[in-house]
Design a protein around this ligand. Structure first.
Ligand SMILES: [Zn+2]
Length: 66
């Protein structure tokens, strides 16, 4: 009796016991999924960078204060 699962990346059916890259069907799918996680974190950090624009505006503001 073997457990069949679907690769989270490409939805291909694979035998759980036979896959050394589980839950993915292949090393390629595993790396692609890791890559998408990395990209998401990268996008989140980019959003945090928008606060830099706010800092630049604050740096321009002292002229108005003076
Ligand atoms: Zn796959």
């Amino acid at each position: 009796m073997s457990l069949k699962v679907n690769c989270p990346r490409c939805k291909k059916e694979l035998i759980w016991e036979n896959s050394k890259f589980r839950p993915f069907c292949s090393d390629r799918c595993r790396l692609q999924d890791l890559g998408s996680w990395f990209m998401e974190e990268h996008l989140i950090s980019d959003e945090e960078n928008t606060s830099l624009e706010a800092l630049e505006q604050l740096q321009n503001d002292p002229q108005k204060v003076n």
